[in-house]
Design a protein around this ligand. Sequence first.
Ligand code: NAD
Ligand code: TDX
Length: 348
Amino acid sequence: MNILVTGGAGFIGANFLNLLVPRHPEHRFINVDALTYAANPASLDPIADRPNYAFARVDITDADAVQALFAEHEPDCVVHFAAESHVDRSILGPRQFVRTNIEGTFNLLEAARTRWAPGDGLFHHVSTDEVYGSLGPTGLFTEDTRYDPSSPYSASKAASDHLVRAYHRTFRLPVKITNCSNNYGPLQFPEKLIPLMILNCLERKPLPIYGEGTNVRDWLYVTDHCEAIWAVVERGAVGRTYNIGGHNEVRNIDVVDRLCETVAELTGQDVDGLLALKTYVKDRPGHDHRYAIDASRIGEELGWTPKETFETGLRKTVQWYLDHSEWVDKVRSGEYRNWLDANYGDRG
Ligand code: NAD
Ligand code: TDX
């Protein structure tokens, strides 16, 4: 198969490609990424020279470029990760979320619809549990939970999910959708809670906790998510949605405490000094209180279960950030933006 992977230079996409490109030499993987602030091509160093891997710098909001991409690479399958993914940024500037997450998805669906014969191909849409809104103290999101998004980010992902389903019903486009809970692990851009807190601990900066820190997220190690997506691509039912989650609900304050303990243990720093960095700051507007996933469908139908526990996953993650300070310095520096322009500026 020719598999077009959008957003493969971002956090989950890069983990997905690093896992699957070596494992499946019989498939050709084409990574399509605009290289926004959230991307890091260095994340793909382990597979960059593999014969079954290629990179194309394309912005999915450019409909003509997306059509040209399909003409050139003739994909049989699209695994669509590319998105603006950070809730706080969607509050500060929602426009790009509408463009990339809704229009970008639409452009890909249009290319797939016009280039694949009815019933051919597979469009796998990678989505989030945030489309379901917020839970109270009990209950779980199932695949039948009503959509009720709270942020411009989650509303844009909900809209893209609806478009994907509509293309299935109207045009018989073979689609699959996965809605996953919060991911963590190597290669995550340090704007998200876990890498932000790790790096702030290492730099002895304040650890900003929104509101009272009692919001709950269901954390899943990134490679467990990637394995789940691949199981759905290979064996999931066409037209079906699968929820993916870690069975691992943790309050934000407890995540931060565990991170302080893990950083202290792995670096020899004094844990009380790290815990003292916790700072309660103004809450996120529209902050969803609790997410929790019922992942029984993917478990029962496809036999998927997460392999990492929160303890093993957090240790691996903290160790990865300790070992990759160069990666971190690059994604945070202006020099990195210059390097991107110099290396990829004219490769559109
Ligand atoms: P990310 O922000 O780390 O990476 C996004 C990637 O998409 C980047 O490489 C970026 O350059 C690329 N991109 C952005 N706009 C683009 C455009 N217009 N054209 C082409 N490429 C573009 O995101 P992530 O955390 O890896 O998330 C990947 C997907 O998984 C997203 O669709 C997100 O909604 C979904 N998801 C994420 C999580 C999570 O916890 N991170 C959980 C569930 C679902
Ligand atoms: O500095 C912070 N302080 C804080 O208390 C940050 C960045 C976050 N938080 C809180 C907000 C959330 O309750 O931590 C929790 C996690 O925040 P994020 O890492 O921003 O993730 P979240 O908003 O839950 O969304 C993530 O999971 C679902 C991803 O960013 C989405 O792309 C994914 O769809």
